[in-house]
Design a protein around this ligand. Structure first.
Ligand SMILES: [Zn+2]
Length: 142
C-alpha cells in the first residue's frame, strides 16, 4: 500500500536546486560581522537568496512531470502513431524546453543575487562595523 503521508513528507523535504548549490559554492565563504540598523544586533549576517524557494521548486516539479510524460509518450509512439500521442509529444517537447530554460534561469538568478540579512530580526539593512553610522550606533548601545 502506498503511504501518501510519507510521500508528501518526502517531497516537502526536497530543497530547491539553488539551495543545494548554495551550500556547495558558499560553504567556505565567511562574511565579517555587521551591525543591524533595525535592532542593533552585531553578528555574522545570514545570506538570503533572491526569489522564492517554492516557485523554484514548482518550476522544477513541472519540468520533471513534463519529462516523465515526454519519455513515456516516446515509448508509446513506438507502438502507435495515434495523433493524440503525436500532439502530446510535440506539446511536452516544446513546454519542456520552455520550463527547462525558466527553471535554470530562476535557479541561477537565485544563486547570483544574495543579500545579507540580520540573523536576529531578519532586517535587510546590515552595515559594516567600520562605517560611521555603525560606530555611532555602537556608542549609543553602551
Ligand atoms: Zn536585526
Amino acid at each position: 500500500m502506498i503511504n501518501t503521508q510519507r510521500i508528501i513528507e518526502f517531497l516537502r523535504g526536497i530543497k530547491a536546486p539553488s539551495e543545494y548549490l548554495a551550500v556547495y559554492f558558499y560553504e567556505k565563504e565567511t562574511s565579517p560581522e555587521r551591525i543591524c540598523t533595525t535592532c542593533t544586533h552585531v553578528g555574522t549576517p545570514t545570506r538570503q537568496m533572491a526569489g522564492r524557494a517554492d516557485i523554484e521548486r514548482t518550476l522544477w516539479a513541472v519540468l520533471t512531470v513534463l519529462a516523465i510524460i515526454y519519455v513515456s509518450d516516446l515509448i508509446v509512439l513506438h507502438f502507435t502513431t495515434f495523433f493524440l500521442f503525436r500532439w502530446l509529444y510535440k506539446l511536452t517537447s516544446m513546454a519542456g524546453k520552455i520550463f527547462a530554460a525558466l527553471s535554470m534561469a530562476y535557479t541561477l538568478i537565485r544563486i547570483s543575487i544574495r543579500t545579507n540579512v540580520c540573523p536576529k530580526c531578519g532586517g535587510a539593512s546590515v552595515i559594516p562595523l567600520d562605517s560611521p553610522l555603525a560606530k555611532e550606533m555602537m556608542q549609543n548601545r553602551r
